[in-house]
Design a protein around this ligand. Structure first.
Ligand code: F0G
Length: 350
């Protein structure tokens, strides 16, 4: 086997302590999928690639950071890990903790976590606790408890999460042989945008691959980095990024500025429309994952971005299977037919 998981593949570039013990589910190595038809629809004249991070072992990009955070935690003999989560971090922490034989405790905002994420956390054996509050409330609680007790915090405040997540930038540069001109992605707690920027900078130092401009996209009802202040009651259909006080907000703003990019907001309607459009490419992503492209489309329509001759990579962070309800709630009930060929013919043969 020549592929091991992101820590082994990029060990020369991941800054993990020597005492770490690798725990992997063979995450990473996700495809970079060309989408020429979609690029044409958005105005054309540029190359568009989708990096589908929903194809990681637990269905989201979180696995890249979690292999690192859990490997470090095991190395220092932690027995319990904890995180606050809108769902994906919870499922990922639960899976990697299970693989390492650790206990995982996950705090989620009550009633706001998509079914596939909650089910994942439970299936992998985590202790799941609902907080009658927001993700931001839950995060404040886990930060404090991990300071008081020997419990390892595996939210993206943990620097090893960022180390692991940087590998997505390395993969993009390895596939394209250079950095893209633009990178677009959704922003919630702002760990991922910080990790990509750090990753592109590290790879450029190492291999002169260049640097992208970064377009970070928040949901309109949860856009503290666009508004310039915390949002006390964030609301969006993209529950993964329903966050009002991003832990790495300053770093995200710095990444946007340094890269000569921007952080903008996209409406829930535009996010859901882009989720549908991506499905026409055969890519079913969860709503938050469509936010990056929804934001890019908005900038193109407003004439605020010129992509002529450029190469753009859009990150789709999580799989559509994570949030089946968003589709099934809105769909028409399938027709029920008698088990007769004529009935089928009548319906499908023009
Ligand atoms: N996309 C998805 C599918 C996510 O689950 C998240 C974050 C993001 C984007 C934003 O990434 O927080 O690094 O800016 N989900 C976290 C969680 C908050 O708990 O699963 P970010």
């Amino acid at each position: 086997m020549n592929y091991h998981g992101v820590l082994q593949r990029y060990c020369h570039l991941s800054d993990l302590p020597d005492y770490s013990q690798t725990i992997t589910l063979f995450e990473g190595n996700t495809p970079l999928i060309p989408a020429p038809r979609l690029a044409e629809e958005l105005g054309g004249g540029f190359e568009l690639f989708i990096k589908f991070e929903g194809l990681n072992p637990t269905g989201s990009f979180k696995d890249r950071g979690m292999t690192a955070a859990i490997s470090e935690a095991v190395g220092r003999e932690a027995k319990t890990v904890i995180c606050a989560s809108t769902g994906n971090t919870a499922a990922s922490a639960a899976a990697y903790a299970a693989r390492a034989g650790l206990k995982a405790v996950v705090l989620i905002p009550q009633g706001k976590v998509a079914a596939g994420k909650l089910a994942g956390a439970v299936a992998y054996g985590a202790q799941v606790l609902q907080i009658d509050g927001s993700f931001d409330d839950a995060l404040a609680m886990v930060v404090e408890i991990s300071e008081r007790h020997p419990i390892a915090l595996v939210n993206s405040i943990n620097p090893y999460r960022i180390e692991g997540q940087k590998t997505a930038a390395f993969e993009i540069c390895d596939t394209l042989k250079q950095a893209p001109d633009w990178l677009c992605l959704p922003v919630g707690n702002a760990g991922n945008i910080s990790a990509y920027w750090a990753g592109f900078k590290a790879y450029h130092e190492h291999k002169f691959t260049g640097l992208p401009r970064i377009l970070g996209v928040q949901a309109q009802g949860a856009a503290p980095l666009v508004l310039g202040h915390a949002v006390e009651q964030p609301e969006t259909v993209a529950t993964a990024i329903r966050i009002g006080r991003p832990a790495r907000g300053e770093q995200a703003l710095q990444a946007a500025e340094e890269s000569r990019g921007q952080i903008i907001a996209a409406s829930d309607e535009s996010i859901l429309a882009m989720q549908k459009r991506l499905a026409k490419e055969g890519l079913w992503v969860e709503p938050a994952s469509a936010a990056g492209l929804a934001g890019l489309a908005k900038e193109l329509q407003a004439g605020k971005i010129n992509l002529q001759g450029k190469r753009v990579v859009v990150i789709c962070t999580g799989h559509g299977l994570k949030d089946p309800d968003i589709i099934t709630k809105a769909m028409a009930k399938p027709n029920t037919l008698p088990p007769k060929l004529e009935a089928l013919e009548e319906i499908i043969i023009p």
